[in-house]
Design a protein around this ligand. Structure first.
Ligand code: FPP
Length: 251
């Protein structure tokens, strides 16, 4: 660990604690390009991506950010080469098994968001037990979007709500933003204040479409495996410069 990283265990002095985002969402892009640049197979980029994610999760906790959501696997990612998909599924499972003890020690509450039924059975089991074991942890909410698609999430919420209306459990006039949000995978977590995307692409890529309505977006050219505390510090500093008006005007 460098001296700079040691210092960054504490919230950097230029950041205002009372203006930190409550929830940060990350699109961890660039693992494949990072690996290619090093002359390594793409899967090595995903391995290093896990290390980067672990450090950013710990950093959020150290600096007092209450929730982190990471886009690990989209509904579109099934279209990747079979070996890469298999590698990712095995990686998720292994990471969960290896990290559970530390998540308990660090008081992390992990939850997976997405259509989990389509994942390999052994991964589903690992997901279920990690969510169950960590459910009462209060240190930080860690959300992992896996087989996640924003449009698919909205559709499943609509279908559940329509069924409730059909069964007379809900009246159409009672459906408001809060009722709708309650039917999303992310129910119980506040909307992200800051959305970070690495590797330079200016896209949302079907991530948290409803939830990022008023999020500040920060895009960096840095590839995800290189996204460290210093980079995160830059993102938070940029966020704190933003004038968040939520559609209103400043008096
Ligand atoms: C995008 O880079 C990255 C992914 C699709 C996978 C991200 C997954 C992890 C970092 C593992 C997380 C694990 C757990 C258990 C939370 P890319 O492959 O699209 O990169 P490229 O655009 O350079 O090809």
């Amino acid at each position: 660990m460098t001296a700079n990283q040691t210092i960054l265990r504490e919230l950097p002095a230029d950041l205002k604690r009372d203006r930190l985002p409550r929830h940060v969402a990350v699109i961890m892009d660039g693992n494949g390009r990072w690996a290619k640049k090093q002359g390594l197979p793409r899967i090595m980029g995903h391995r290093r991506g896990v290390d980067a994610l672990k450090d950013i999760l710990r950093c959020c906790k150290d600096w007092g950010i209450g929730a982190l959501t990471a886009y690990a696997f989209s509904t579109e990612n099934w279209g990747r080469p079979l070996e890469e998909v298999d590698f990712l599924m095995t990686l998720f499972e292994r990471v969960l098994r290896q990290e559970l003890k530390e998540m308990m020690e660090e008081n992390v509450q992990i939850q997976f968001v997405g259509n989990l039924d389509a994942l390999p059975r052994s991964l589903q089991n690992e997901i279920r037990s990690s969510m169950e074991e960590t459910r009462n942890n209060k240190g930080i909410q860690f959300r992992v979007a896996t087989n996640y698609g924003g449009r698919q999430e909205i559709l499943q919420a609509c279908k559940t709500i329509a069924t409730k209306v059909q069964q007379g459990l809900l009246q159409p006039e009672d459906i408001d933003e809060s009722v709708f949000a309650h039917h999303l995978y992310t129910a119980g977590t506040c909307d992200p204040d800051l959305l970070i995307r690495t590797s330079g692409e200016m896209r949302i890529s079907n991530f948290l479409l409803w939830q990022v309505a008023y999020a500040e977006i920060y895009v960096t050219d840095t590839l995800w495996p290189d996204f460290d505390r210093t980079e995160f510090h830059h993102a938070l500093a940029a966020y704190q410069q933003r004038d968040r008006r939520f559609g209103k005007v400043n008096q």
